[in-house]
Design a protein around this ligand. Sequence first.
Ligand code: FES
Ligand SMILES: [Fe+2]
Length: 440
Amino acid sequence: MLTASDNEMLTCTGPGTPMGEFFRRFWQPVALSRELPERDGTPLRVTVMGEKLVAFRDNQGRVGLVDARCPHRGADMYFGRKEDGAIRCVYHGWQFDLHGRAVELPNVPPDSPYHQTMRIKAYPTREFGEIVWAYLGPPGTEPAEVPQLDFGMLPASQRFVTKKLQECNWAQSIEGALDTSHFSFLHMPAPAVQSNANPDAPADEKRLRWIREDPLPQFSILDHDVGFLVGGARRADGQMRYWRTAQFALPAHSTTPSTLPGETHFGYTWVPIDDENCWIYTYAWNPDRPFSDEERARFAGGHGVIGEVDEHFIPVRNRSNEYLLDRRDQKLHSFTGVRGVAEQDAMIQDSLGRIADRTIEHLTAADAAVVRFRRVVLGGAKALLAGQAPEAPHRYRSYRLRSGSWMAEQGVPLEQVMVERFGDPVGHVAEPLEEAPQAG
Ligand code: FES
Ligand SMILES: [Fe+2]
């Protein structure tokens, strides 16, 4: 559990809050690149950590991100016109470039200092991995590169990138990802259809059985230079252990635990919209091969942690419709009666309330990763409050991380499992690819 004040510090990311200032020292996803498809096209409303902004693509293809309020009298810049690479407020015609500099102030007398000094708040942006990233921290402190997440380093043919709305605070949602123990229940078939022990069962069925039969995995956690790795070992057949590992990278990136060699990886990045909603950028990538059209279609319709969403990236099964929970299905087929791993996660994370009250919890050994996550991010926010800026954002190369599943003899430590599975004790991807890595 947390004290009420630590819970508030953990969850609130508006301007001037300790966690908000900590988050602002990292590049943050603010849109999918495809939400701004054309040069000088339609602007996009963006709300990030309580700040209302407008994104636009200029005539050279660069993305601007400016305050939604015009500095003249506060009109909404979303209604503005895109003109020659700048954005113009349609109320009295003030025009700004993507750095926030005034280009034209038609109703300001020519001798006014406004022509030199007037600015609209503007943040630097980058594009990487089909995502527009922005830096909302103090000017001059931005890291040289955005985090070099593994999916973004691969050719576009080997990845699928999307996002989904989550209608609760960011922290309880990422806690759900780091807590890999819940798979023994939340994502299981209904008890009536669970298979019995069968040594000749297909691998997928065996994995499910091991997960179901051991709801208290033995957790190991390894800190690394941008976060930590968590591994949960479950009893498998004989003396073997079935390991599932997941990454946490500051301030809010994670990867999923099920991937066996050759299988597709999944990861996600949380970005607070405000304290009661967040975007989850979700991505699938396969380091070994391109995705087929069929796989892309499957991802687009919702698959694993990728939600089934409408054209505005709102999940089809969501808070407003009780996630289309089907009680008959819950009795006969799935543990929850809700279709989709992403939707099962969303339902249960939302159910903790818009902002989870961590003062009433009773944690167990299975919550080890949740406890470590809170310690790491609260520690970072408190250090910044005391004047010590985080170093992780500048270690952008260290964000190329993988996680997944592996079988090992009982007693083999997590470091060894990771060396066997990924060639690195904490899952850093050390070697560049054969082909030159393609950012963008
Ligand atoms: S409010 Fe924007 S130009 Fe007047
Ligand atoms: Fe889950």
